[in-house]
Ligand binder design. Structure first.
Ligand code: DLL
Length: 434
């Protein structure tokens, strides 16, 4: 299909869109109920059968799905197709040491490719562009997801992955790079490196940036656009639902359009799960309408936002969502990497000499997020030789890097140094500006 035709569904009239959503919802609910023992049990427990979903409003009769459900059924417990049909696996951080595994059929990958392509088309990418993918190519969905979408449009893809910023500055000039996909904080870092190298990004071919995987602000957008001369677009997504490209911003900067023909959004009260009326702020809940390997019904994203259904000035009829600025749970996103305090705890506790008092201090030095892990050590160890403490510090830093993928500064502190409190212990001190 001509890539430009992919965007036709961005403009469906609402009754047409809703008819398509309902048809897909009924099919995916029946598929999940029949093929995923998890959903058979969950729907039976709520006394709901696929035939009870007669309108889109009936979606509230379906059970929610939580991140912990994916963790508890690790790795394949939510699959709804035989293993022969699975062609790809990605993974994202879970609340403990085990990741959340997500699986795809060939058809799922086609839909994912289509929605990331639509996101880039919305930002103005064409087959004349040269696009660097600066998201990690790994279990993380960012690299492969953005790559597929760009290739679908026919752009020339440069699969760079994360890091090596000086080389990236060279390639921008040598290859005539016009589009860059990476986290917003990495782009700001790139701007600083370019400045140090004497490279004026305004004078290069770079025109567009597709930034996501972490929250960013209007101030960061202004800083990026003024400092580099590019258009900064927002791209949102999460591994459990598909990856990048669940939603993206248009030129009207009215928030992000969700590709509702594939991902059905709801807003609920994060505390009670009660559905909230359009326009109210709450937790985004998403249902995959046509993802068959691992369909997710009413997935609690923990991302806080608002949905607006009035037609956007760009002409699209797709709902627009306010940019995600915060979450309702304790998941931190550091340089695009998701991190739960419990993951650090799971690493620390088995280590001899460490007591279960720790604190994660997150700061932003220039553009980059920095993580300091402050850990108390036992009194006998604290009095020990410097070399012993240093090897313990290194061991902890290596384990965090190896298991979570983040370079953290580890500081060992004396017994009692971390404040105790009577109520819920706060393990995180986030000093980044919101
Ligand atoms: O971050 C997928 C992705 C890759 C999106 C590349 C965009 C670009 P996860 O690692 O599973 O997936 O993290 C998902 O990241 O629930 C949000 O809290 C946050 N997030 C993702 N995109 C944005 C964004 C990828 N544009 C979690 N703005 C989500 C704010 C974002 N937060």
């Amino acid at each position: 299909m001509n890539p430009a035709l992919l965007s036709q569904k961005d403009y469906l009239e609402r009754p047409q869109l809703e008819a398509l959503q309902l048809e897909r919802l009924q099919t995916i609910v029946a598929h999940a109920y029949q093929n995923s023992p998890f959903y058979t049990r969950a729907m039976d427990a709520m006394g709901v059968k696929p035939r009870d979903i007669r309108s889109l409003a009936d979606i509230v009769r379906l059970p929610f799905t939580q991140k912990t459900d994916l963790r508890d059924h690790y790795p394949y417990g939510l699959n709804a197709v035989p293993s022969e049909e699975i062609v790809r696996i990605h993974a994202s951080s879970g609340t403990t040491g085990k990741p959340i595994v997500v699986t795809y059929t060939r058809g799922d990958l086609d839909i994912w490719t289509e929605t990331t392509a639509r996101c880039f088309l919305m930002g103005g990418v064409t087959n004349r562009d040269v696009a660097v993918i600066g998201y990690g190519y790994s279990l993380f969905t960012g690299g492969m997801g953005a790559h597929q979408g760009m290739e679908r449009i026919g752009a020339t893809v440069v699969p760079m992955g994360g890091g090596n910023t000086e080389k990236l500055c060279m390639l921008i000039q040598d290859l005539g790079v016009s589009v860059l996909c990476c986290t917003p904080s990495y782009f700001i870092h790139l701007m600083e490196v370019a400045q140090r190298l004497g490279l004026d990004l305004h004078k290069t071919t770079l025109r567009h940036g597709f930034f996501g995987a972490e929250p960013w602000t209007d101030e960061m957008r202004a800083h990026i656009e003024e400092g580099s001369g590019i258009h900064a677009h927002d791209i949102f997504g999460l591994s459990e639902i598909m990856g990048p490209g669940v939603a993206g911003s248009c030129d009207a900067h009215n928030g992000l359009h969700i590709f509702e023909d594939h991902y059905f959004p709801e807003i609920v009260d994060p505390a009670t799960g009660e559905a909230l009326p359009p326009g109210e702020e709450g937790e985004l809940v998403l249902t995959t309408l046509d993802k068959f390997a691992m369909p997710l019904l009413r997935y609690r994203t923990h991302d806080i936002t608002r949905l607006h259904y009035e037609k956007c000035s760009c002409g699209r009829t797709l709902v627009h969502m306010d940019p995600i600025r915060r979450r309702s749970d304790d998941m931190l996103i550091i340089r695009g990497v998701n991190l739960f305090p419990s993951q650090v705890e799971a690493i620390l506790l088995p280590i001899h000499g460490v007591v279960p008092h720790y604190e994660l201090v997150v700061t932003r030095e220039g553009a980059m997020d920095e993580l300091e892990v402050r850990v108390e050590v036992t009194p006998d160890l604290f009095g020990d030789k410097v070399a012993v403490l240093e090897s313990l510090r290194k061991l902890i830093a290596e384990k965090i890097k190896g298991m979570i993928g983040i370079s953290a500064k580890v500081t060992l502190v004396e017994p009692g140094a971390i404040a105790r409190c009577d109520g819920k212990t706060r393990h995180v001190v986030d000093k980044r500006k919101k």
